[in-house]
Design a protein around this ligand. Sequence first.
Ligand code: 5GP
Ligand code: 5GP
Length: 235
Amino acid sequence: MKLKSASFLKLLVLQCLTVLTVAQDDFDFFYFVQQWPASYCDTESSCCYPTTGKPAEDFGIHGLWPNRDDGSWPSNCNEETFDKSEVSDLIRRMQQVWPSLSCPSSDGVKFWSHEWEKHGTCSLLNQHQYFQIALDLKEKSNLLQVLKDAGISPGKFYSTERIEEAIQNGVGYAPFIECNVDEAGNHQLYQVYLCVDSSASDFIECPTFPNARTKCGSRIELPSLSSSRDQIDEI
Ligand code: 5GP
Ligand code: 5GP
């Protein structure tokens, strides 16, 4: 009898631990975050172009981030490290649309490793699925074209509302827009957040917008790479 209740207790503790682990890693949807290179380059720390070439004047992927409805998010869910060989067929596309702009110049692997290890390991996707889905979402959102169709092009100022409306109309869902402030004090469009369902199959309305972000003023710049503060020269 004693033995039976000891094993029952053991089982109960094990079950509780499993529930707790699952609860820590769970999520409700993804943020798909795209960054505007020229705005990244106008932030205080400036930028360095990738070793693979100057980035295109287009949105680049920042990451696909599992998130919970209450605003919290899981991170670094397991020890699986980024393995370039798992995504060898995607590397060329990643270099083009997921460039790393931080200094010193890099080929992107450090940035992709960071995104995979921090966010991807919580996504319930394998590495190939995670990167392939992010690349496909970037293509599907087609943000630069959506803005162009609404008469919005790099190098000018626009009302934040007009940019939000253009994305809402073009993608079909309301974006969250994060701004940065350049040296002259101008608000610039820095990142666009779109939401994706938890199986990463389609865009959805955002259950919650991220908080503690630099809000945009009513008038924001979509800077052009040629007019942004130049990259730091490599020493
Ligand atoms: P997160 O903000 O996704 O946790 O972290 C971004 C990390 O990736 C930071 O350590 C940042 O220095 C690095 N990183 C490398 N390249 C880029 C880039 O192009 N954009 C951003 N936002 N972070 C980058
Ligand atoms: P920052 O403090 O620069 O806005 O964010 C730093 C990093 O924290 C982001 O690159 C991202 O990795 C993570 N992060 C920030 N805000 C959120 C959020 O609302 N949801 C998720 N999933 N990750 C976030």
